[in-house]
Design a binder for this molecule. Structure first.
Ligand SMILES: Cc1ncc(COP(=O)(O)O)c(C=O)c1O
Length: 374
């Protein structure tokens, strides 16, 4: 088995997750998919929502399931009634998928997208935010941890700055759920989105969101699916919920939902402190090699270490480490484009351990890296 240091891509699913999925799939194949769904209705309709609500420290009514984090984000954001001239704040760490949506909305609706500046060390300039916030800011969009490097954005402090104002506040927690404590209640955000497959260790094709009542009251999705809406006359329909499930579609891959539920249970039962200490060891191993350059802005860091080398390409480093039994991934500059362009990074090696990795794994990584960069 390789040492898996690509949890920022997708974490390894624990056995409970694969068993939940394969067991459910076998039941579907033998007993019928609709019948199996009925048998597991408690988990699929209620339990998974309750457990994700606990994972995110959010009301259960705010939870909705999607097939990716991007779908979660775009489902919630794209139906907001922005007005021409509204200001949208992003940070330089914004994920490219979210930026594509902002860019499209700007084109259609004449919004102003403003990039919150950074301090010298790469931290988001909170004083700038406090000084420039006003009621023409309609949405503030912040990644808790970006895709391309390990900086942790102070989402709670930002929430306090924004609280008195009319803006909606969205946090992309794709890289933090499962590795850092995440509490929508403490953050005070109106939207928080994540993928199941990363540090939560759920299956691919799953995503979820906490969509708060302020955002729900403002959004007007053009369509509601049959799990929550009925045609009550030939020309009229009614929506049965004011909860976040109005943003979902009815059909979904239930084996994946069962896997996501098992991942949430597994996470809630964990008592370790997360992968934080391993990050420092990985960082030291990288820093110890001559010619490496860390892309490591900010003062608080999650377990994502990104670097380049002055002689060996990121692709060759990844391939060399893979041959030596260590999985790492390539961070593409274009996925965190605003920041990566300013520091001139097109590709970098991204090393992302989890709590199930050990100091011995880091040692193996350090030896392999020394070999590859020799
Ligand atoms: C910070 C961040 N946001 C959003 C996403 C998008 O997630 P998905 O591929 O599930 O849409 C990613 C994926 O890597 C990410 O790192």
């Amino acid at each position: 088995m390789p040492i898996h240091f690509n949890n920022a891509g997708a974490g390894l699913m624990p056995p409970a997750v694969t068993q939940a999925m394969t067991g459910y799939l076998a039941e579907e194949a033998q007993g019928g998919a609709y019948e199996t769904e009925q048998r597991h209705a408690e988990t699929l309709e209620q339990g998974v929502y309750e457990r994700l609500a606990r994972v995110l420290d959010a009301p259960v009514d705010d939870i909705a399931l999607f097939d990716s984090a991007t779908r979660a984000w775009s489902s919630a954001v794209s139906h907001l009634p922005f007005a021409a001239g509204d200001r949208i704040w992003v940070t330089p760490y914004e994920y490219a998928g979210n930026l594509i949506l902002w860019t499209e909305l700007r084109r259609r609706l004449d919004l102003h997208i403003e990039v919150v500046p950074l301090l010298h060390d790469g931290d988001v300039d909170l004083d700038w935010m406090s000084a420039h916030i006003g009621d023409d800011v309609a949405f503030v969009s912040v990644p808790h941890v970006p895709s391309g490097c390990g900086i942790v954005t102070p989402v709670e402090e930002i929430g306090k700055i924004l609280a008195p104002w009319r803006c909606l506040y969205g946090v992309d927690a794709c890289q933090s759920v499962g590795q850092l404590p995440v509490s929508t209640a403490s953050i005070g955000c109106d939207l928080l989105t994540a993928a199941g497959r990363k540090y939560l260790r759920g299956p691919r094709g799953t995503g979820f969101a906490a969509i708060g009542p302020r955002l729900r009251a403002q959004a007007s999705p053009p369509f509601y699916d049959l799990h929550i809406a009925d045609m009550v006359a030939d020309d009229d329909y009614e929506v049965r919920t004011e909860g976040a499930r109005q943003f979902e579609y009815a059909e979904r891959g239930n084996p994946g939902v069962m896997g996501l539920d098992a991942a949430a249970r597994h996470h809630l039962a964990r008592s370790d402190g997360g992968p934080g200490p391993l990050r420092d060891a990985v960082r030291e191993a990288v820093e110890g090699r001559p010619g490496t350059r860390l892309i490591d802005p900010g003062s608080v860091h999650a377990a994502i270490v990104t670097f380049t080398h002055d002689r060996v390409s990121p692709q060759d480093i990844r391939a060399g480490l893979r041959r030596r039994g260590v999985n790492v991934w390539i961070a593409q500059g274009s996925h965190t484009p605003l920041y990566m362009r300013t520091v001139g990074i097109e590709y970098a090696v991204r090393v992302s351990p989890h709590h199930y990795n050990s100091p011995a794994d880091v040692e193996t990584f350090a030896v392999a890296l020394r070999d590859v960069l020799r």
